[in-house]
Design a protein around this ligand. Structure first.
Ligand code: ADP
Ligand code: ASP
Ligand code: MG
Length: 429
């Protein structure tokens, strides 16, 4: 008898009909002899609805007190869906109990709206499992040292589920969602995208951090740290399909390198529209410039992603970097009022109409010329590259957001991602 964690996303919990379907599926696993812990998201649209309500009544300048209330509010979405699932399981004839993050408790730091899990006390959950119950734990939330409710950032239920699986030593964490696995790119943007049977942990980490929202990045980090086996699969199959078949479906995130995966130079393409570009023009090209600009940005708690400093002309240079779009206004204000005057910079400009497109693959370690192939492909489409950043297994470019879909489709074709894996080796080797 194994301990299994199931996570169901918002669409999977989107109506009472869907919740009933989830209950039937969980009951099937329970009846097969497994101890079941289930981590649901809020019903689809609920978190957005709650946050939009808060926006309507929000003060002009957001304060920590405001963010505290946002978390107090948003956490109710998962509390409701968890209780509904427990009730639906009871209707299936099972004993089920739901707990909010604070009741477990799942302890986090106090960074409202993006808290990090610090520890999970499994005693209460274990006792209920031992009593034969299905335990449901709200996704997305925890409690800080002062007893305040916190949330883990958008998409955070993935992280709750993997963290619970790690803390409880679960045999596997199954992430049920509205697609049947991890694809070569978002199948909603490229219909030819292909489901991957397996994806390496490192590739999944890059894909998630480059914007593929199928798993929240922190859930992948947790899985790596505690070696939690994760599988991404569909909750939209019929609940009564054979359990063994279901257990092998979807995409497994694996911790071993296997040869068939190395065949593909590029395994996936991720993109995100969440960033904005800032350029400080005409700064004196002297030591300490990067520090003076980015130090001030870091002090304001703004994360910086891609950075470019151009060569100087007449002792002046331009310095560009990207930040999250939500931080654009704040960062521009800071640079214009405090940093640029001190540096004697000519101008500070922001551009929110950008996107970042990344190719990811562990095969890039052993193949040369992959990045240039990406650049050639984009140039053939007439797409101008504004910024580039690379790591061992990914290359990202920042381009005008209006070309995002075109770029993703062209790259998907260029790297033969719509072809079955076996035909890749010969063509790309
Ligand atoms: P959930 O509510 O179940 O957490 P999400 O909407 O957060 O679901 O994540 C699933 C979605 O992620 C899919 O519907 C799909 O559009 C998107 N997605 C983006 N990149 C990928 C990818 N590489 N593979 C699969 N889905 C992806
Ligand atoms: N309900 C939260 C959100 O919409 C968490 C999640 O779904 O994972 O972001
Ligand atoms: Mg999600």
């Amino acid at each position: 008898m194994a301990l299994i964690v199931h996570k169901y996303g918002g669409t999977s919990m989107g109506s009472t009909e869907r919740i009933r379907n989830v209950a039937k599926r969980v009951a099937k696993w329970h009846r097969a002899g497994h101890q079941m812990v289930v981590v649901p998201s809020a019903m689809s649209g609920e978190t957005n609805r709650l946050l939009a309500l808060a926006k309507e009544v929000a003060p002009e300048k957001p304060t920590t007190a405001y963010f505290r209330e946002l978390d107090q509010l948003a956490a109710t979405g998962e509390q409701a869906s968890s209780a509904l699932l427990a009730i639906a399981l009871q209707a299936e004839g099972l004993e089920a109990v739901s707990f909010s993050g604070w009741q477990v408790p799942i302890r986090t730091n106090d960074a409202y709206t993006k808290a990090r899990i610090e520890s999970i006390d499994d005693a209460r959950v274990k006792a209920e499992l031992a009593a034969g119950k299905v335990v449901i734990i709200t996704g997305f939330q925890g409690i800080d040292a002062e007893g305040n409710v916190t949330t883990l950032g958008r998409g955070g239920s993935d992280t709750s589920a993997v963290a619970v699986a790690a803390a409880m030593g679960a045999a596997e964490c199954l992430i049920y969602t509205d697609v049947d696995g991890v694809y070569t790119t978002d199948p909603r943007v490229v219909p030819e995208a292909r489901r991957l049977e397996r994806v390496s942990f490192e590739e999944m980490l890059e894909m998630a951090s480059m914007g593929s929202k199928v798993l929240q990045i922190r859930s992948v980090e947790f899985a790596g740290k505690y070696r939690v086996p994760i599988r991404v699969l569909s909750s939209f199959t019929s609940w009564d399909i054979d359990l063994n078949e279901e257990a092998r479906s979807g995409t497994l995130i694996t911790f071993e390198d296997d040869e068939s995966m190395e065949q593909a130079v590029v395994s996936g393409i991720a993109f995100n529209r969440d960033e904005a570009k800032i350029t400080v023009l005409g700064v004196p090209d002297t030591p300490g410039i990067a520090y003076q600009i980015l130090g001030a940005v870091a002090d304001a708690n703004v994360e910086v992603d891609v950075i470019i400093q151009n060569i100087s002309k007449d002792g002046k240079t331009d310095f560009s970097f990207t930040v999250h779009r939500n931080d654009l206004a704040k960062t521009l204000d800071l640079l214009k009022t405090q940093v640029a005057p001190k540096l004697g910079a000519a101008e500070v400009v922001g551009d929110a109409r950008i996107c970042k497109v990344s190719i990811v693959g562990i095969g890039m370690r052993s193949h040369v010329g992959v990045a240039s192939r990406m650049f050639r492909c984009l140039s053939e489409e007439g797409i101008n590259i504004q910024m580039i950043s690379t790591s061992e297994i990914k290359t990202s470019v920042v381009i005008d957001e209006k070309y995002m879909e075109l770029a993703v489709r062209a790259l998907h074709r260029e790297f033969d991602l719509d072809q079955p894996i076996d035909s890749l080796g010969a063509k790309q080797g």
